[in-house]
Design a binder for this molecule. Structure first.
Ligand code: HEM
Length: 411
């Protein structure tokens, strides 16, 4: 066991992605941390170690919170805000056969053909938002008017969530993911979203539509194994939250990267290389900064450290894309023309992001259309003046002031 005192996460005033990279540089790839609420955990940060932990099939590193000792033995209080995020029956809290069963069910509704067929509709929704931007005047908040509504609308339309219910879903998700929420706020957001989705599922049972919630309900009914209503509710909870939050921030992070690297923007426009912009953003500016948690089922040796069974491991993402052995000596540079070494932006192993094809598709359409429409778009604030959200899981700006410039002919 290491004797170093745990490192605080988050550090006030420092972006958490930067803190994780700094801790990695100062302490190596595995170290003890202290989370809000004085909860002790471990963090792994290198490409190889993160890959090793995520690739496990649940036999050594579980995702099931019943294997988190301090959560279940009374050490961590019942109102610890992060419980809202890590408890509940869904694919991210299941291992092995239990996980395959739930994931298989979502896959039956969420087919790749269905995602591919969405491209024209995503383009249409993107164009509708872009059409409205100039009316916002000189300086436009791109988060409020573009990078947030687009992924929220896409995932909600896909699952048939009506427009009036989208804003509360977005707001409650942000609270659940925030590390500054009080226990009361977290509990209210957690209960609010479950009530909202419970009522929504009931309505969909009564009035089926041509949407994925109806598809899931059908898959649930056809399933010989009978999914419980609570599993159904939590699956929807997971796909609706995971299905917008990371995309909202990834698109905004990519806009910032392009505006601060005009030569990369010029390259992307010249070669129509939006796919490469998306991959480079996932590597170097990812919105998912940590994966919570993995729980060792036995004492595990990682590097020079032994992590005891039942201790939570936070999988830190930001340093994985900076590994010079994988990405070269200039790994810190945002460069859309670098080679194709696989990044870990969507995770790895059995829990690899189920929404990766959708996330890639919508980010590519959003960025290509935005810069096609407004080729001279620029930030209206210094890079260091941009304010980021307060979450340990995802990272992106809460507002992104930009000047659009004249509309171009593309996009
Ligand atoms: C830029 C956007 C996105 C990023 C960076 C991202 C990243 C990730 C990562 C790193 C994981 C692995 C978590 C773990 O191992 O514990 C994951 C899982 C997941 N993601 Fe995404 N995601 C994105 C968008 C989406 C979208 C659009 C959906 C839509 C449904 C989605 C649904 C999921 C689900 C359901 C899981 C859990 C899979 C499982 O446990 O088997 N994600 N995502």
């Amino acid at each position: 066991m290491a004797t170093t005192p745990p490192l605080q996460l988050p550090v006030p005033g420092e972006r958490t992605s930067r803190t994780i990279r700094r801790y990695h540089a100062e302490n190596g790839p595995v170290f003890p941390i202290e989370l809000p609420g004085k909860v002790n955990a471990w963090m792994v940060t290198s490409y190889d170690m993160v890959s090793e932990v995520l690739t496990d099939d649940g036999t050594l590193y579980s995702t099931n919170p019943r294997n988190f000792t301090a959560l279940n033995d009374g050490t961590i209080p019942a109102d610890w805000p992060m419980r809202q995020l890590i408890e509940g029956d869904h694919p991210l809290t299941k291992d092995g056969a239990d996980h395959r069963r739930l994931r298989g069910l979502i896959n039956r509704a969420f087919t790749s053909g269905r995602v591919r067929a969405l491209a024209p509709r995503i383009k249409e929704m993107t164009d509708e938002l872009l059409d409205r931007l100039p009316a916002e005047g000189g300086v436009v908040d791109l988060v409020r008017h573009f990078t947030e509504p687009l992924p929220v609308n896409v995932i909600c339309e896909l699952f048939g969530v009506p427009e009036a219910e989208r804003r509360p879903l977005r707001e409650r998700s942000s609270v659940i993911l925030s590390h500054t929420a009080t226990p009361e706020e977290a509990a209210a957001a957690g209960a609010g979203i479950l009530d909202q989705l419970g009522a929504f599922i009931q309505r969909k049972r009564d009035e089926p539509g041509d949407d994925l919630t109806t598809g899931l309900i059908r898959a649930q009914e056809d399933d010989g194994d009978r999914l419980s209503d609570s599993e159904m509710l939590r699956i929807l909870w997971l796909v609706l939250i995971a299905g917008h939050e990371s995309s909202v921030h990834l698109i905004a992070n990519a806009v910032i990267a392009l505006c601060t690297h005009p030569e990369q923007l010029a390259l992307a426009r010249r070669d129509d290389a939006w796919d490469q912009v998306v991959e480079e953003s996932l590597r170097a500016r990812n919105s998912v900064i940590s994966v919570m948690f993995r729980y060792p089922l036995a004492d595990v040796r990682l590097g020079r450290v032994t992590i005891p069974a039942g201790a939570p491991i936070v999988v830190g993402m930001p340093a994985t894309g900076m590994d010079p052995a994988r990405f070269g000596g200039d790994a810190g540079r945002f460069d859309i023309s670098r080679g194709q070494e696989t990044h870990l932006g969507f995770g790895r192993g059995p829990h690899f992001c189920l929404g990766a094809p959708l996330a890639r598709l919508e980010a590519r359409i959003a960025l290509g259309s935005l810069f096609g429409r407004f080729p001279e778009l620029r930030l209206a604030a210094g890079e260091d003046e941009i304010v980021y959200n307060s979450s340990l899981i995802t990272e992106g700006p809460v507002a992104l002031p930009v000047v659009l410039g004249p509309a171009g002919t593309g996009g």
